[in-house]
Design a protein around this ligand. Structure first.
Ligand code: SF4
Ligand code: SF4
Length: 278
């Protein structure tokens, strides 16, 4: 049985909001009988682009994580809905807006914050994966069609094909601890939910401070070397994909024949160690 799945590459999202606007264009002022009522003019973010800054100036980056309904196979919203939210055989989860009328508590039933309350119609609403278009033969919902960077993909595949794509593209789930079996997969999620240790190396030459390019920088966790990088042309280095609040690390720096430098770092959030003078 083929099911719809969305793949979102966090590294490709530029926060242009085209997906968000395409969703508004499709659903504001338009009711899709059997699928959803109109989206209100303000307040709803059926595809919600979350933002995360990491590091400190000048070593700083920003990641954007588009977040639609995950079309979960084990959906807490369905469990809480007393029959007013249904999962279709193709994987899409839809709110029956007639049966769900007045059930404001369903907004809280989604652990991803994907359900929104329509005050005017007194109904909960959410992303429908543009099921009304897919049912007409469209290959993509409006958000995917509008994305200029290829960050969003919608695929109709069976489990075997999906398993291969997950493995080949190194896909992950958002909040696997929620245990809802989502049908949205993320690529490069570390840009949003992991952190880094970075810095810049400099040395003195003929009275001038120069970038220490090509220095060997090693990262240790409890005396075990877990990564090694070389500084780039600007003397910069970065260890990424580290867990937040993961505690003590040791960094060992070796540049040409200079004395080895050892630094202890306690990792809470992403950290720029600044310019390290060799
Ligand atoms: S993401 Fe939330 S609204 Fe969507 S199916 Fe899962 S629990 Fe329901
Ligand atoms: S359209 Fe694509 S790049 Fe733009 S905000 Fe949406 S997902 Fe990101």
């Amino acid at each position: 049985m083929k099911k719809w799945h969305m793949i979102i590459d966090v590294a490709k999202c530029e926060d242009c909001n085209n997906c968000f606007l395409a969703c508004k264009d499709e659903h504001i002022g338009n009711e899709w009988p059997g699928y959803t009522l109109e989206q209100p003019l303000h307040g709803h973010r059926w595809i919600n682009i979350m933002r995360r800054e990491r590091g400190q100036f000048p070593l700083i980056d920003v990641a954007y994580r588009p977040t639609p309904c995950m079309n979960c196979d084990q959906a807490p919203c369905i469990e809480a809905s007393q029959g007013s939210i249904l999962k279709r055989p193709d994987g899409i989860v839809l709110i029956d807006y007639q049966k769900a009328k007045g059930k404001k508590d369903l907004v809280k039933a989604c652990p991803y914050g994907a359900i929104w309350w329509n005050e005017e119609n007194q109904t909960p609403q959410k992303c429908t994966s543009c099921a009304h278009l897919l049912d007409e033969g469209w290959q993509q919902p409006r958000c995917v069609q509008a994305c200029p960077t290829g960050c969003l993909k919608m695929i109709l595949v069976d489990q075997e094909e999906l398993d291969k794509i997950i493995k080949d593209e190194n896909l992950e789930l958002l909040h696997p601890e929620f245990n809802t079996k989502p049908n949205v997969y993320y690529k490069n999620l570390y840009r949003y939910d992991k952190c880094f240790i970075g810095g810049s190396l400099a040395y003195e030459e003929k009275g001038r401070s120069e970038c220490a390019s090509g220095a060997q920088v090693s990262l240790y966790k409890e005396k075990t070397k877990i990564a090694e990088v070389q500084t780039d042309a600007f003397g910069d280095f970065k260890f990424d994909r580290l867990e937040e609040k993961s505690g003590a690390y040791t960094i060992v720096i070796q540049f040409k024949t200079y004395n080895k430098i050892t630094l202890n770092v306690n990792l809470d959030q992403s950290i720029n160690l600044g310019v390290i003078q060799i």
